[in-house]
Design a protein around this ligand. Structure first.
Ligand SMILES: Cc1ncc(COP(=O)(O)O)c(C=O)c1O
Length: 401
C-alpha cells in the first residue's frame, strides 16, 4: 500500500491500527490457485486462526475459498460470515468429544487427530464421514514452536499407528473420507513438502472411500529484505503431477486441499504505530511506540522480524534504533534496526502484520486492543472498532468487599 494512504488511515482512525490490503489477499489467493491449475479439483481452506475478522472471512468467501478452523468459535464465525458448512473443515487438537460433536451437528467436515476420540466418535456417529490427521514424523517449520509434524509433536495420529487406526475404522464401520497432515509453518524447502506428501500418499492407499487429501500448509513468506519464500509455483508443478498420478492409480479424481494462513494474509497487513518517545541511552536510541507485545507478540514469542519503516519521514537519513513497546517487561520489536530518522509523533509501519498479529492480541496491562481497517477498492473500511474502557470492564464482576 502507498505510504500516503497509510498515513491518512492513521490520521483518520488513530493509532495503533491494523490495516489489511484486500487486493494483496486476492493476489495471493489467485497465485496459489494458479500454481495448482493442473489439478482438477483444488480446494483452498483459509486458516481462520491467522486473521479472523468476519469481514476478512467474507472476502475469502467471495473468492470461493473454504475455511480451516480449530475451535467451535471459529466454525461459528465462518458460518456467520456466510460459508456453507461443507466448505469448512474442523481440525482441532486435544478438544473434547463434545466440541467435535457440536461441530459435526453444524454440518462441517470433521478432522480427528487422535485414536481415542476417533474410536469414541466412530462408535457414536458411524454415519458421519471423518477426515484423519496423520503425523508423518517429518521435521519441518521455521522454529520449534511451529514445527508440528515430528515424532515428539502432540499433533496427528502417528503413521506407525495406522494398523490400530484401521482396526477402529473396521470395528465402528465409520467412513474415512479425507486424509490430512500439517507439518509446520515457514517451510522453505519444497523438498520437505514433497517428502511428507509421499508419506501421505502411502497412507492414503489404506482408505478406499477418500474424497480429498489435505496437505495442510506452511508456505513461507518473506519477512525481511533478502528473505526467501517458498517457491509455490515449483511446488505446484511438482505436487500437482504427483497428485494426478496418485489419483490415476487410486482410480478416482480426488480433491487436493491446502489450508494456508500466513501465505494468504501476512503481507497484506500493516500495523501502524505512533512514536511516543525517542530516548537516547548510553547504548542505543530507543523509539518507544504506542503499542507493545499485547498487540503484536510475534517478535517476543518467536523472534520474528517484522520490517519497520518510518512512513512519516521516508527520505530521512538512516540511523540505528531499537524499537520498543510500552509493556512493563522487556518488549522489543526490533534491535539495532536501520530506519529513516525518527522523531516523536512519527508513524512507523510494521510489515507482515496480517497473520498471527491481531488474532494473538490481548488486553495485557489493561490496554485496549487496536482498531482494524480493510483497504478495499481504494476505500478504507473500519472492520473493528478500537476497544474502550467498557470493553476492559465487560464480564468483570465487582463484588462488595
Ligand atoms: C492445522 C493447521 N493448518 C494450517 C495452518 C496455517 O499455517 P500457515 O499460517 O503457516 O499457512 C496452521 C497453523 O498453525 C495449522 O495449525
Amino acid at each position: 500500500m502507498e505510504q500516503n494512504t497509510l498515513i491518512q488511515i492513521a490520521k483518520d482512525f488513530g493509532s495503533p491500527v491494523y490495516v489489511y490490503d484486500a487486493e494483496k489477499i486476492q493476489f495471493q489467493y489467485k497465485r496459489l490457485t494458479s500454481a495448482f491449475c493442473k489439478v482438477k479439483h483444488l480446494k483452498l481452506n483459509y486458516a481462520v486462526k491467522a486473521l479472523s475478522n468476519i469481514s476478512v472471512l467474507k472476502l475469502f468467501n467471495s473468492l470461493g475459498s473454504g475455511l480451516d478452523t480449530v475451535s467451535i468459535q471459529e466454525v461459528q464465525l465462518g458460518l456467520k460470515a456466510g460459508f456453507k458448512p461443507d466448505a469448512i473443515i474442523f481440525t482441532p487438537n486435544g478438544v473434547s468429544l463434545e466440541e467435535i460433536e457440536n461441530a459435526a451437528e453444524l454440518g462441517v467436515q470433521i478432522n480427528i487427530d487422535n485414536l481415542s476420540i476417533l474410536e469414541q466418535f466412530g462408535t457414536k456417529h458411524p454415519k458421519t464421514p471423518v477426515c484423519i490427521r496423520i503425523n508423518p514424523h517429518v521435521m519441518a517449520g521455521g522454529n520449534t514452536n511451529i514445527s508440528v509434524g515430528h515424532i515428539d509433536s502432540k499433533f496427528g495420529i502417528s503413521i506407525h499407528q495406522i494398523p490400530h487406526l484401521l482396526r477402529i475404522v473396521e470395528n465402528t464401520n465409520m467412513t474415512i473420507n479425507g486424509i490430512h497432515m500439517h507439518t509446520g509453518s515457514d517451510i522453505l524447502d519444497i523438498d520437505v513438502f514433497l517428502y511428507a506428501s509421499e508419506i501421505l500418499f502411502d497412507t492414503a492407499k489404506n482408505f478406499k472411500n477418500l474424497e480429498f487429501i489435505d496437505f495442510g500448509s506452511g508456505f513461507k513468506v518473506p519477512y525481511k529484505v533478502g528473505d526467501i519464500e517458498t517457491n509455490v509455483e515449483e511446488l505446484g508443478e511438482k505436487l500437482s503431477n504427483r497428485f494426478n498420478e496418485f489419483c490415476k492409480n487410486y482410480g478416482k479424481p480426488l480433491t487436493l486441499a491446502f489450508e494456508p494462513g500466513k501465505f494468504l494474509v501476512s503481507e497484506a497487513g500493516y500495523f501502524l504505530t505512533k512514536v511516543n518517545v525517542v530516548k537516547q541511552t548510553t547504548s542505543t536510541v530507543f523509539a518507544q511506540v504506542d503499542t507493545g507485545f499485547n498487540h503484536l507478540i510475534r517478535p517476543m514469542l518467536y523472534g520474528s522480524q517484522h520490517e519497520i519503516s518510518n512512513i512519516s519521514n521516508p527520505n530521512g537519513r538512516e540511523r540505528f534504533y531499537s524499537v520498543v513497546g510500552y509493556i512493563c517487561e522487556t518488549d522489543t520489536f526490533a534491535n539495532n534496526r536501520r530506519i529513516n530518522e525518527i522523531s516523536e509523533d512519527d508513524i512507523l509501519a510494521f510489515k507482515n502484520a496480517g497473520a498471527y498479529c491481531y488474532s494473538m492480541a490481548s488486553n495485557y496491562n489493561s490496554r485496549y486492543r487496536p482498531a482494524e481497517v480493510l483497504w478495499h477498492n481504494n476505500s478504507a473500511y473500519l472492520i473493528r472498532k478500537r476497544e474502550t474502557f467498557d470493553d476492559i470492564l465487560n464480564n468483570q464482576i465487582e463484588i462488595t468487599l
